[in-house]
Design a protein. Structure first.
Length: 215
């Protein structure tokens, strides 16, 4: 069951427990069709998955280094991504016809949403030219690592898939793939950066930042 969160439009839901990836795909597809038909409102669905590797439309076989977890073709843009416990995945289903039909602007807004949510924990998330996702400098380790991934699909101007923010996942699980096709940089999480936020606190930050970006 999902616990609805009343925050106005779009509707928000926070899933309880771990949602199998195939269940999420089926539910998103059904909801997107209903939004297109005008029988359902827009939805932001916050979930956690069991350990899973997903391949975007640009994924190559070389990017799957060690298929230790179930592998799914996601149908979204991008390359390889890991989902698992301790990572907040946000599936964003919006009617882009009402929002300007600009996919590039939509992705930019997803990035800004994550950046503003991270800033609530005094974490400076940044974009990087030529790299998808949100990046942070870990000065203690002298690295620049990815803290959030973005992968979207748009069907008849309704968006699905979305973002994945690392709160406290097992970062070793990312070793089975080349995350987003980028091998020269690592991945990090809020807890790795010393921010011991709960998932509930992260959800509150995402909800609070939403209106600043999407109105």
């Amino acid at each position: 069951m999902n616990a609805p969160v009343a925050t106005g439009l779009p509707h928000w839901e926070v899933a309880e427990g771990l949602v199998p990836y195939e269940t999420a795909l089926a539910r998103m597809e059904e909801r997107v069709a209903a939004i297109r038909a005008g029988t359902a409102e827009e939805l932001v669905w916050l979930v956690e998955h069991p350990p899973t590797y997903t391949a975007g439309t640009s994924a190559t076989p070389e990017g799957l280094v060690d298929p230790r977890f179930p592998v799914f073709r996601a149908g979204r843009g991008g390359q390889w991504t890991y989902h698992g416990p301790g990572q907040r995945t946000g599936y964003v289903m919006l009617d882009l016809t009402r929002r300007g039909r600009d996919v590039r602007a939509y992705v930019h807004n997803l990035e800004e949403w994550l950046i503003r949510a991270l800033w609530r924990f005094n974490v400076r998330g940044e974009r990087r030219e030529g790299r998808v996702g949100i990046w942070v400098e870990d000065r203690a380790r002298g690295t620049e690592d990815k803290i959030a991934a973005i992968g979207v699909r748009v069907t008849r101007w309704v968006s699905w898939h979305g973002v994945a923010l690392n709160v406290d996942p097992d970062l070793g699980h990312f070793g089975g793939i080349v995350p987003c096709g980028i091998s020269q940089h690592g991945v990090t999480s809020l807890h790795r950066l010393g921010v011991l936020a709960t998932m509930e606190e992260v959800d509150a930050a995402l909800m609070g930042a939403w209106g600043e970006v999407f109105g």
